[in-house]
Ligand binder design. Structure first.
Ligand code: TMP
Length: 204
């Protein structure tokens, strides 16, 4: 594996993925290791514009439009990724697994079309490792309630997120070598240590 891997953080709302990606960024900064960090949807200026459009509570696109907008945001991001690919570590807060988990497993969009467009966008770019953060039903409910600014994708019912999480787990289980499942119901500090330990293995 490249010592400048693409490392993705995935998980449903309230699963702690953004907390952990920020911890990893701080660790890399502290050790003066070069990296870029992006989020999806979002990343560059244009992708952030698309993000605002998709997640605005006043938007009411259908699920196919949503898919195409998520992929449009990715298309704008891909140049950032290409530029850094194998030159710097690339940390991504959500990537292709989110599209499969939310749009296919959650909303029922045809998987074939998602795979075709992802392949078209990514070409030879490959994700090296994914941390999948999972959360149980009780904690998910409490964390969703605590979130301050709700966006359009924060407003599904609990069973939707559970369906999405099952989708994520299916993806992880089909390729366990390049996934680590982080149980976010456990001690957060222990999980931070676990992740940093794995990061060191991936980059050294
Ligand atoms: P965030 O809360 O992690 O910033 O993500 C925004 C929302 O976008 C989240 O509910 C997951 C959703 N999403 C998709 O539905 N499909 C995708 O391809 C991506 C990247 C995100």
């Amino acid at each position: 594996m490249s010592k400048k891997p693409i490392i993705v953080f995935e998980g449903i709302e309230g699963s702690g993925k953004s907390h952990h990606i920020n911890k990893v960024s701080r660790f890399l900064d502290k050790n003066k290791i070069k990296f870029i960090k992006i989020r999806e949807p979002g990343g560059n200026l244009n992708s952030e514009k698309i993000r605002r459009l998709i997640l605005n509570k006043k938007s009411n696109f259908n699920k196919t439009t949503d898919l195409l907008l998520y992929l449009a945001a990715r298309s704008e991001n891909i140049n950032l990724i290409k530029k850094a690919y194998k030159k710097k570590i690339i940390l991504i807060d959500r990537f292709i697994d989110s599209t499969i988990a939310y749009q296919h497993y959650g909303l029922g969009v045809d998987l074939k079309i998602i795979n075709i467009i992802n392949k078209f966008l990514l070409k030879n770019i490959k994700v090296n490792f994914t941390f999948l953060n999972v959360v149980n039903k009780k904690n998910l409910f409490q964390r969703l309630k605590k979130r301050k600014s709700l966006n359009r994708y924060d407003q599904f019912d609990r069973s939707f997120y559970y369906k999405v999480q099952k989708g994520f787990l299916k993806l992880a289980k089909s390729n366990m070598k390049s996934y680590k499942i982080i149980d976010s119901n456990l001690d957060i500090k222990k999980n931070e240590d676990l992740i940093i330990k794995q990061i060191k293995k991936l980059i050294q």
